[in-house]
Write a protein that binds this ligand. Structure first.
Ligand SMILES: Cc1cc2nc3c(=O)[nH]c(=O)nc-3n(C[C@H](O)[C@H](O)[C@H](O)COP(=O)(O)OP(=O)(O)OC[C@H]3O[C@@H](n4cnc5c(N)ncnc54)[C@H](O)[C@@H]3O)c2cc1C
Length: 424
């Protein structure tokens, strides 16, 4: 049995930023356990630029962005266990992993940070009729084949789903010589960022078909065509609207799911909306001493926000580990629930203790539809403390508001914090 003050599970951008923060201020042992043979997570395959504008005020590729954090983590003295898959976390924070080099390893952690990222929703979750021919890939698998393995999945492509990875792969496949016939999106709006729609579809004249879905995949051994139909307001295909697109490849970009099997095993409460852990203002889950950040907590649009959030989780995990080591009791919490209303789907965190929060606390959220000319409002019980006008809010873009500790403390006894949208 090894010991580490803070164990971080996952060596992607979230895990690296959490580990760096956990090393700051004291000589704590911080161990990152990563199942891959290398660090940096999914950013290894994101070779396009656009990363780091907020953090570094520069446009970097995914690997460049991640390399800066990896270097900082190494300089900070973080320990790494690579090629090691975490299998279990007990609720007294014993982390069990299996490692190619070390066999079965158990680590007693003072605190744990969950940073396992997310995975893509596969075809099986979609119920598309047809055989199971070759040529159907998730967009992330295609990204890996093209950018890391140097393989082209196909030449004539249809993409289902307009999440960011699908949009980026539409451009990537085109640049590599494939023809992308269309991107079909079930919803009446895109799930991706506006900048990706412009730079990845519009600039290459790739049509985006909103309120459309794939209703049939043709071909037994290899995809030969897909049928795309328009859907009604209940998202049901409209008979007679089918169009057949001859193609050899169907890419799926139909959502990301936080990777939470370990969290569930550890008894962490999960949100039905984000599918990630429910956390308080310290990004601590319902199990004391287990913290969460990055895409395992909720799916992010920009990696810069992943790094910011992870630094918060890492710092709080370190404080928890310090208290444990010193045998200090942490002050009892009075956590006030944060309610998402009026078109806001969820918030992270889902509860806040005003006494423990920092002077300014960032609350991140996403909306459930497209909203124009609205105001994002924050209420403490019935009292409005914040109203911010927005021209447009879309589901593909993560939003945030900053709450001030002095406002929450000044309110006195508080039962509920509400984030809502109102007419501007
Ligand atoms: C296919 C794909 C493509 C993407 N492309 C873009 C893009 O182009 N632009 C963009 O801004 N964002 C993109 N994203 C979003 C991107 O994932 C996030 O911005 C960021 O990488 C999230 O960081 P993370 O550390 O939370 O997760 P990840 O980068 O996914 O890192 C999680 C790490 O945890 C490890 N891990 C998981 N389970 C275990 C376990 N049990 N034991 C040990 N290690 C474990 C994984 O191997 C991985 O290294 C993409 C996401 C995906 C899934």
């Amino acid at each position: 049995m090894r010991h580490a003050d803070v164990v971080v599970i996952g060596g992607g951008p979230a895990g690296l930023a959490a580990a760096i923060a956990a090393r700051q201020g004291a000589d704590r042992s911080v161990l990152v356990i990563e199942r891959d043979v290398k660090l940096d997570g999914i950013l290894n395959q994101c070779i396009h630029n656009g990363f780091g504008l907020i953090t570094f005020n520069e446009e970097l590729t995914g690997p460049e962005y991640a390399a800066r954090f990896e270097q900082r983590a190494r300089e900070a003295g973080v320990d790494f266990l690579l090629d090691s898959m975490v299998l279990d976390i007990s609720n007294d924070r014993v982390v069990t992993c299996v490692s190619a080099g070390h066999g079965l390893v158990q680590v007693q952690a003072g605190a744990v940070v969950l940073a396992m990222g997310c995975r893509e929703r596969p075809r099986g979750a979609l119920n598309i009729p047809g055989f199971r021919p070759a040529g159907v890939y998730t967009a992330g698998t295609a990204q890996r084949l093209v950018n890391i393995e140097g393989l082209m999945p196909g030449r004539e492509v249809v993409i289902l789903g307009s999440g960011d990875i699908g949009l980026i792969m539409a451009r990537r496949m085109t640049l590599e010589g494939a023809h992308v016939a269309c991107v079909a999106e079930l919803m009446p709006f895109s799930g991706g960022l506006k900048r990706n729609i412009v730079q990845c579809l519009d600039d290459f004249q790739i049509p985006l078909l909103l309120s459309h879905t794939v209703t049939r995949v043709e071909g037994e051994k290899r995809v030969e065509a897909v049928w795309v139909s328009e859907v009604d307001e209940h998202l049901r295909p409209i008979p007679g609207t089918e169009v057949r697109y001859p193609c050899d490849t169907l890419l799926l970009s139909v959502g990301l799911l936080p990777e939470n099997e370990l969290s569930r095993q550890a008894g962490v409460e999960l949100s039905r909306v984000t599918r990630g852990p429910v956390v308080n203002e310290s990004l601590e889950t319902s199990v004391p001493g287990i913290f969460a950040c990055g895409n395992v907590l909720h799916v992010h649009d920009l990696v810069d926000y992943v790094s910011q959030e992870a630094a918060v989780a890492g710092a709080h995990a370190a404080a928890f580990a310090d208290a444990q080591a010193a045998g200090r009791e942490l002050a009892a919490a009075h956590e006030v629930p944060v309610e998402a209303a009026g078109g806001i789907r969820y918030t992270v965190p889902q509860s806040i203790d005003p006494a423990r929060m920092p002077d300014r606390l960032t609350v991140r959220f996403r909306v459930g539809g497209v909203y124009e000319h609205r105001a994002v409002c924050v209420y403490l019980d019935g009292e409005r403390i914040l109203r911010r006008k927005r021209d447009i809010l879309v589901p593909g873009q993560m939003e945030q508001v900053d709450l001030r500790r002095e406002d929450l403390l000044a309110h006195g006894t508080l039962d509920k914090i509400t984030l809502t949208l109102e007419e501007a």
